[in-house]
Design a binder for this molecule. Structure first.
Ligand SMILES: [Zn+2]
Length: 437
């Protein structure tokens, strides 16, 4: 790219610093708390009004009937699209608009407060700062290249923090991430401005239930204790499965480092009579529990076979059953998302990588997320593989008290995003150089 054009893009971004800060504060001021899924429409309308003024066509879509959608808490999404002068690729920036509960421990205003270079508030880092950066990037790009090829899309979507079923999964199901319609996706999650996130580990949740027979607690030999059966299942896991998982290492560049192995969490366990209300003062009854339920959260690696991930839990149960003939059990799958990792030679990875080198003067770090995010729906339902997460903000601050995003980081990320648009929608840097000379 010529110095003149690079300078104009740089100035277009830097000249919007105050606008970027104000937009972030406006977005954070809308309490899009999830659960329950508050104020989604208001946030979509703010994004819509802003991008309509920048020449985007707006669609607002309610994910009617998805989990959580109801009249008090409708699941609204917004998609804005700006067509270029000629046919070409479409670059899509997808941000979730929902934020997690505020929680305790704040010393700043959880709905937006500026202190120097930082904007504090719930959702500043995760991920309204990234959304604001993508809007500023698109607007700066349009100022310098009004005559671009292809199209730009910016979406604000619901419910990422609770699985994304009323957000990206819904839109993907409606065809909005069809590779014939969208060719490149950037999700501006807070992965730090020098990192490209290629994907995530797999997740498999299942509920295991063991059954016994109720009897008087003073004569347990007349019953069959479902909790002891579950104890045997956990012992088998401790002896065999947990050590086997810890020994499996991955080539995926997962951060933090501790997640570069297979992991399993026992998410919840309950057996026997239901827990009473906290103000209940009575004593428990003497009973042998006839059922026990456990939720298992298994995170797995791209090197592992998804069928085997399930099968090895089935094998644990079968092995325990062989030792405990009275054991009866059930296993119910709750959620299964295979791992995904966009290849490093994918066009969006290459383009953002070049932009990071140009803006920050260093090569990017490539990372993979330990948990899933909306890329799973774009990959699986949308069948679009050319997708990454890239955005400003320090990942560790997400969901914490005094969450913040740095204005400088947002500007740098916006610059990376705008350069990526230039690369993908103006015939590349060579064409830009030719045009400028
Ligand atoms: Zn997020």
């Amino acid at each position: 790219m010529s110095i003149a054009i690079a300078d104009r893009l740089h100035q277009a971004i830097e000249g919007r610093a105050e606008d970027l800060a104000a937009l972030t504060l406006d977005l954070v001021g809308i309490p899009t708390l999830n659960p329950p899924g508050e104020s989604y429409l208001g946030c979509c309308e703010l994004i819509a009004a802003r991008l309509k003024a920048s020449g985007f066509a707006i669609q607002k879509l309610r994910a009617v009937g998805t989990p959580g959608d109801c009249d008090p808490y409708p699941r609204w999404n917004v998609i804005a699209r700006r067509e270029g002068a000629r046919p070409g690729d479409c670059v899509h920036f997808n941000s979730h608009i929902d934020v997690v509960q505020v929680g305790a421990g704040w010393t700043t205003d959880p709905f937006g407060e500026r202190r120097g270079d930082r904007i504090y508030g719930r959702g500043t880092c995760d991920m309204k700062g990234g959304l604001a950066a993508s809007i500023i990037a698109a607007e700066a790009f349009l100022e310098v290249y009004p005559d671009f090829d292809g199209a730009i899309e910016i979406s604000g979507t619901a419910d990422e923090e609770s699985g994304g079923l009323g957000g990206v999964a819904y839109l993907a199901g409606e065809g909005y991430f069809d590779p014939a319609r969208v060719q490149h996706v950037i999700i501006p999650e807070p992965l730090n401005k020098e990192r490209i996130c290629l994907g995530h580990r797999g997740v498999y949740w299942t509920e295991i239930e063991t059954f016994g027979r109720i009897a008087h607690g003073s004569m347990p030999f007349l019953g069959d204790c479902a909790v002891r059966h579950m104890g045997a299942v956990i012992r088998k896991m401790e002896d065999e499965l947990f050590p086997a998982l810890a020994a499996r290492r991955t080539e995926m560049p997962v951060v933090p480092e501790g997640a570069r192995q297979s992991t399993m969490n026992i998410n919840a366990i309950h057996g026997g009579e239901p827990e009473q209300e906290q103000d209940y003062t009575g004593l428990p009854a003497a009973c042998v529990p006839d059922h026990c339920r456990m939720v298992v959260d298994r995170r797995y690696l791209i090197e592992e076979n998804p069928d085997e991930v399930r099968q090895e839990l089935v094998d644990v149960l079968a092995a325990v059953e062989a030792e405990r003939p009275s054991l009866r059990y059930d296993m119910r799958d709750i959620l299964h998302v295979p791992p995904t990792m966009t290849p490093r030679d994918a066009p969006i990875v290459q383009s953002v990588s070049r932009s990071i080198t140009s803006v920050l003067g260093r090569d990017p770090d490539y990372v993979v997320s330990p948990g899933t995010y909306d890329q799973k729906h774009i990959d699986r339902i949308g069948r679009l593989k050319n997708c990454i997460a890239y955005g400003p903000g320090i990942l560790d601050l997400a969901h914490q008290p005094d969450e913040y995003v740095s204005i400088r980081d947002m500007l740098d990320s916006a610059h990376v995003m705008a350069l990526t648009l230039t690369d993908l929608l103006t015939g590349g840097t060579d064409a830009a150089r030719r045009a400028a000379t």
